[in-house]
Ligand binder design. Structure first.
Ligand code: ZN
Length: 295
């Protein structure tokens, strides 16, 4: 069981997406694969421990997230500061895909860009989404010296030198993700704009317009970051990501986290199942080096 405190998860595993049982009272590998092909997830029958069965990348050499051990991470003075020039007008929609809530941006040309840091050129913002837990004491994917934050925000950008997002997924430097930890504290007013929109996308498959939003309003004041080569944390777990993990978390209130947990992973016509525990646990670091932009 990957998701601690997973009473919600168990509920989900018992839902109608659970695999049918064979004569031995266990699901056969074939059946489990068939179920997961229909839908991977975070429950015991289709969760992170099973992803590699259908998505072999998931056992690759460059998987994310990872544990960060700060005493072992060296400052790399060659790492540049990063910056964004986001156009709030490029925000388009917010959607609930049953696994997260995602805000999608127009990325048909260079509108909302990320530059600098460890990156070889400019990257275009495509979407942002979050991962969170069933309670405030866990939910982030990366951990810092054993600390799990309440949630983790991922802003996904792609390298337009590869012409399409799909093509960028095949390249080591195809994607750049800014990862921001969410820590419980003061309410974040700007985050409330996103949370207020969740009312319109309560259930799986819902989508609503979400415009005029510049996500840099969510960034913490400090731009210090850790960087390493990794992957998407959801299947098919492509190893194409240059990660920029911000050292300073953004603070949100416990009420704001509760609002995030009010989303459902079930569709409108199904029994309600809370959308929680959508985080992948840390993966082996293998031969990789994490670098810090700061001393
Ligand atoms: Zn993510």
């Amino acid at each position: 069981m990957q998701c601690a405190g997973g009473s919600y998860i168990k509920t989900r595993a018992l839902g109608d997406s659970a695999p049918r049982r064979g004569r031995e009272g266990r699901s056969s590998p074939a059946r489990r694969k068939a179920t997961m092909a229909k839908e991977w997830g975070y429950a015991s029958h289709n969760g992170p421990d099973h992803w590699h069965e259908l998505f072999p990348n998931a056992k690759g050499e460059n998987q994310s997230p990872i544990e960060l051990h700060t005493k072992d991470i060296k400052h790399d003075p060659s790492l540049q500061p990063w910056s964004v020039s986001y156009d709030g007008g490029s925000a388009k929609t917010i959607l609930n895909n049953g696994k997260t809530c995602r805000v999608v941006f127009d990325d048909t040309y260079d509108r909302s860009m990320l530059r600098g840091g460890p990156l070889p050129g400019p990257y275009r913002l495509r979407q942002f989404h979050l991962h969170w837990g069933s309670s405030d004491d866990h939910g982030s994917e990366h951990t810092v010296d054993g600390v799990k934050y309440a949630a983790e925000l991922h802003l996904v950008h792609w390298n337009p030198k590869y012409n399409t997002f799909k093509e960028a997924l095949k390249q080591r430097d195809g994607i750049a993700v800014i990862g921001i930890f969410l820590k419980i504290g003061r309410e974040k007013g700007e985050f409330q704009i996103v949370l207020d929109a969740l009312e319109k996308i309560k259930t799986k498959g819902k989508e609503a317009p979400f415009t005029k939003f510049d996500p840099s309003c969510l960034f913490p004041a400090c731009r210090d970051y850790w960087t390493y080569q990794g992957s998407f944390t959801t299947p098919p777990c492509e190893e194409c990501i240059v990660w920029l993990l911000l050292k300073e978390p953004m603070t949100v209130s416990s009420d704001q986290m509760a609002k995030l947990r009010s989303l459902l992973s079930s569709a409108e016509n199904e029994p309600p199942v809370p959308l929680v525990g959508n985080w992948r646990p840390p993966q082996p670091i293998k031969n990789r080096v994490v670098r810090a932009s700061f001393k």
